[in-house]
Ligand binder design. Structure first.
Ligand SMILES: CC(C)(COP(=O)(O)OP(=O)(O)OC[C@H]1O[C@@H](n2cnc3c(N)ncnc32)[C@H](O)[C@@H]1OP(=O)(O)O)[C@@H](O)C(=O)NCCC(=O)NCCS
Length: 315
């Protein structure tokens, strides 16, 4: 297969998966309400104070359908037993499937159906030409780790979150000047997988365009030492389904461990107070020192990011 084929993906995902269970596309209002309950029930059980709610989920799922995400339900007879929600990201010759949600009704858990659905997803992703499957699980749901490990997923990153630390301006840490942008691009290209917008398929021109755009939105901070650029932070403010408020998500934090802390503090100083209540940092292949630095800032591990490569050259 030369490129990702979404129609093939859906075709291979849908249909009978064992003698009792079949997977079908999510259609109509009642099925959407079922899916929303599948997402919210486990979140509410683990965290009764969550601000996640039906209205927000409906908005998110409506948007995801418009973008072409595949939303599917698992059925046993006339009964809905689970929800599977995937997105396809990247260009057609480098598509990765992201598993947004895999959730079963409580009565069906622990009997192997989750593993069966994961295997089905992998089968469909392979036949449709996807390069990898990515997924996250929440730190307050550690039990699910063994399911993903048995299915061959490995941990590739963590997301830490917390109330934003008090910010202060720091000498040598500020937005890049126009003439420093080339160095920012080189930094981002070198980091590749560390950086959400510098995925393997992006050319240097793509990265350059992205850096110019985030610079225009005042979303870059650099740290300098002896005139050299040694640290880079890029962020965006996003609504959080889990928290129901806006969080500052650091897309890139690349700095020597002794500078990571001041960069996060400098970032907090540059954000308008009302912009974000919390800060989220995704660290790919983190060193213990990097995670320790963030935890010292009062952030805690919130999610684990896992990946399974499907193409040999895509580990
Ligand atoms: C996670 C889930 C889809 C797994 O499907 P399943 O059919 O229960 O899983 P299987 O029977 O195939 O495999 C068992 C593994 O699933 C996980 N699991 C089982 N019940 C679970 C539960 N109530 N909550 C979280 N994980 C569970 C465990 O890793 C378990 O492995 P273990 O026996 O070594 O502890 C299902 O349990 C579920 O819907 N849980 C609630 C929603 C959820 O946590 N979704 C994952 C979001 S990342």
């Amino acid at each position: 297969v030369s490129g990702f084929d979404r129609a093939r993906f859906a075709l291979e995902l849908f249909g009978a998966v064992d003698e009792r269970t079949r997977v079908a596309e999510l259609i109509g209002e009642a099925e959407l309400a079922f899916a929303i309950e599948c997402v919210l029930e486990p979140v509410r059980t683990r965290n009764p104070a969550t601000r996640a709610n039906e209205t927000l989920m409906r908005k998110v799922l409506d948007g995801s359908r418009e973008r072409g995400d595949v939303l599917a339900l698992a059925w046993q007879g006339e009964q809905c037993v689970g929800f599977v929600w995937t997105s396809a990201n990247g260009p057609s010759d480098h598509t990765e499937i992201y598993l947004n949600e895999l959730s079963l009704v409580p009565a069906m858990r622990g009997a192997g159906l989750g593993a069966t659905l994961l295997a089905r997803l992998e089968h469909a992703a392979r036949l449709a030409g996807a390069r990898a499957i990515d997924l996250d699980f929440m730190a307050d749901n550690p039990r699910v780790r063994s399911l993903y490990e048995r299915a061959g997923f490995t941990q590739v990153g963590v997301e830490v979150i917390g109330t934003r630390p008090e910010g202060r301006t720091v000498d040598g840490v500020s937005a890049p000047t126009q003439s420093e942008l080339a160095a920012v691009v080189s930094h981002a290209v070198r980091m590749r997988s560390l950086c959400t917008f510098a995925r393997p398929w992006m050319s240097r021109d793509d990265v350059e365009a992205e850096v110019a755009s985030v610079h225009a939105q005042q979303r870059i901070l650099v740290a300098r030492r002896d005139g050299e650029l040694v640290g880079l932070a890029i962020w965006r403010c996003v609504p959080s389904i889990v928290f129901g408020d806006v969080v500052c998500a650091l897309e890139v934090l690349e700095a020597p461990p002794d500078l990571a802390r001041v960069m996060v503090q400098a970032l907090c100083a540059t954000l308008p107070r009302e912009a974000a209540a919390r800060i989220v940092v995704t660290v790919r292949e983190p060193s213990e020192a990097e995670v320790a630095t963030l935890i010292a800032l009062g952030l805690s591990v919130h999610r684990y990011k896992c990946r399974k490569a499907l193409a040999a050259d895509d580990a």
